[in-house]
Design a protein around this ligand. Structure first.
Ligand code: AMP
Length: 311
């Protein structure tokens, strides 16, 4: 089992969906990634920053999931990163209402000494300079570096983002962001252009329409599970990334074939995340529920066509 380093925001979110509204609740890219990765019992550490306003109970929640939080800096006189968003009726698109960087504005990440040799690094969504800062602290070249980002950083730190994209093995990005990054409408062409920027593997997330994994000429597609209830999509992308990274860290097999399974695990965990507000569902997720959903996934995507008859 490999060690996993996760960097990303640990945040307060305020969310509005057609089904309800929350005040400031626990959110952040690293929070969702960590909760998903903890499902695999891997040795994982979060590198992030919060303010003095961040409740101890939230830190305890992460620590109780066996996530190492010694790399989560607390700036007592500062305020925690805050994000607020409102979902449209289709739940696939949202408007960002507020992004307050607060303590994230001057964050210098510190990777705990005993994680500097980790084989898997998950660069979750935050400033690309911070993502780069984490990579630079690793003692040896990790076997797998995965990067997730969003339009916010394309708008305000594109050159820094391109510099870090150059150094990663896998990028996970949503369809709109892939189009924004490359200027291409076709996701196949966009993936090709992203390959040329550095990553050998490109995962394009399409919300309720599933995810695509590209590696050179190879393409794999996983649908999202059709769900009875979608309550709040916040964190689904991060949960997907956390499931993907956690599975690779656990299996230590970084081949394209195994990455297909990582995509299925990522999609499965994301399907839980959206069922309740914020982290509510992921907090209490049990192994047997994951197992059941994986088998549903298998049934959903399995079919037997006899190809010989068509030759
Ligand atoms: P997702 O729905 O997977 O795209 O992720 C939503 C999470 O990302 C929320 O919990 C936010 O706190 C966090 N987030 C929103 N905007 C940013 C940003 N610009 N940088 C880092 N994290 C962000």
């Amino acid at each position: 089992m490999s060690k996993l380093v996760i960097v990303g925001t640990v945040a307060f979110d305020a969310i509005e969906t057609p089904f309800g509204k929350t005040d400031k609740i626990l959110g952040g890219a690293a929070t969702f990634i960590g909760l998903a990765a903890s499902q695999f019992n891997v040795d994982a550490a979060i590198v992030s920053v919060v303010g003095g306003d961040f409740p101890q109970e939230y830190l305890d929640l992460l620590a109780n999931k066996n996530l190492d939080i010694t790399g989560v800096e607390i700036i007592n006189e500062g305020k925690t990163f805050f994000w607020s968003g409102k979902y449209h009726n289709d739940m696939n698109t949202r408007d960002t209402l507020a992004t307050e960087l607060n303590v994230l504005a001057d964050f210098n990440p510190v990777v705990p000494e005993n994680y500097k040799n980790a084989d898997v690094v998950m660069l979750g969504n935050l400033h690309p300079l911070v993502q780069m800062g984490v990579l630079e602290q690793m003692n040896k070249k990790p076997k797998m570096v995965i990067l997730d980002t969003m339009n916010f950083w394309m708008d305000c730190a594109l050159e820094e983002l391109k510099a870090v994209i150059k150094k990663v093995d896998v990028i996970t990005i949503n369809d709109e962001e892939a189009r924004q990054l490359t200027g291409e409408y076709s996701l196949v062409v966009a993936a090709q252009k992203i390959h040329e920027m550095g990553p050998k593997y490109v995962v394009i997330k399409k919300g309720e329409h599933g995810a695509l994994l590209f590696h050179g000429e190879n393409v794999f597609f996983a649908p999202a599970l059709p769900l009875r209830e979608v309550f709040d999509p916040t964190g689904a992308g991060d949960t997907f990334a956390g499931g993907f990274a956690g599975y690779l860290a656990k299996t230590e097999d970084y081949s394209f074939e195994n990455m297909k399974n990582a995509v299925i695990y990522g999609s499965t965990l994301a399907s839980f995340c959206v069922e309740k507000f914020g982290t509510e569902r992921m907090k209490h997720l049990e192994d047997k529920e994951v197992y059941q959903r994986l088998s549903q996934f298998k049934q959903l995507t399995q079919f037997e066509i006899v190809l010989e008859n068509h030759q």
